[in-house]
Design a protein around this ligand. Sequence first.
Ligand SMILES: [Zn+2]
Ligand SMILES: [Zn+2]
Length: 382
Amino acid sequence: MNMNERIAAWNAEAQQCTCGHDHRLVQMQVFLEHGAIRRLPGYLSEQGYNHVTVVYDGQTGPAAGYEVVKSLQDAGLIADEFQMPENSAGDIIADEAAIVQVLLGVKQMTQAIIAVGSGTIHDLVRFVCAKMNKPFLSVPTAASVDGFTSAGAPLIVSGIKQTFQAVPPRAIFADIDITQQAPQAMTAAGFGDMLGKYTSLADWIVSRDLGGEPFCPVAYRMTEEALTACIENVQAIAEGSAEGITALMDALIISGASMLIIDHSRPASGGEHHISHRWEMNLMVAGRKPVLHGAKVGVACVLLTERYKELASLSREPVFDVYATLPDASQLTAWLKQVGGPTTTDQLGVTPDMVEHAFATAHTLRERYTGLKYINESLNVV
Ligand SMILES: [Zn+2]
Ligand SMILES: [Zn+2]
């Protein structure tokens, strides 16, 4: 089954699901193949669009953006282009200022906006598309994050990282020839984001059993299968082969779709993501360079797994048994190392103080029951 058939099968299952969630029909066309961007002109003509805007940055323009613009113009389409400016430190942060820059870079008459880049460009464009009521199209330049296909836009507003509901892409053109050229650090970050599903899925079980929170078995299995596929392909991902990058991108797209189908990030984001968000804000306040999302999530997953295993063995509550089934922290570390990602907070520039602060407060960032919340709010009083 190709990706579109698999998504259709998940949709069919979700429509039958009686878990209590509303299940969105995921109507996104996925092109995951060599040369996927060559399908763009045909796709746009089919949709009746002849004027689009392509948004990229200083890195993703040369990687794919210029080529996308040229192929659209060669096909007789009007393709405006907008290069996101970097801040004085040479970074692009998904914050208020960046949102306004994208808004200013897009003409009102454009019929669709194409994001060419990694997570940050996508989050800015999906938010602007939601506000301007324009279709959002995705061209990932790295298999670095599972957010390409989600609807949520994590943005930093007033210094606080929050996820805003925006729009998912109508279509994603995941060109393996492009994503395979991405630096290995970005591929490793995508793997780290997937590794974090170990703790996010375990947290979801706990939040169901302890917090009585909604639980969708279909979305759970989507994420679980995507995680398993990543682990099975860890060697190919480490080598950066076309097969490995395809497997990783496939998993990231499905993980994003699992959030889309229930309109909630629960399957793909648990305590490890809350810790990562806290570190991101701390690093920003400390004036440090931003660290790739998945790199933080991978390391947070290792540390959180240690705490969760401790919780499972100390507590006599069967509800925490699921944490005992997590892979050992040493195994998680070995996988991260194998794909070339950071394995310690030190490598992320995260100080011991930031680690302590995150473990003590990250659970307050989201209204969600996790083992982390339990450790902080209940364990001390038991
Ligand atoms: Zn993530
Ligand atoms: Zn369901």
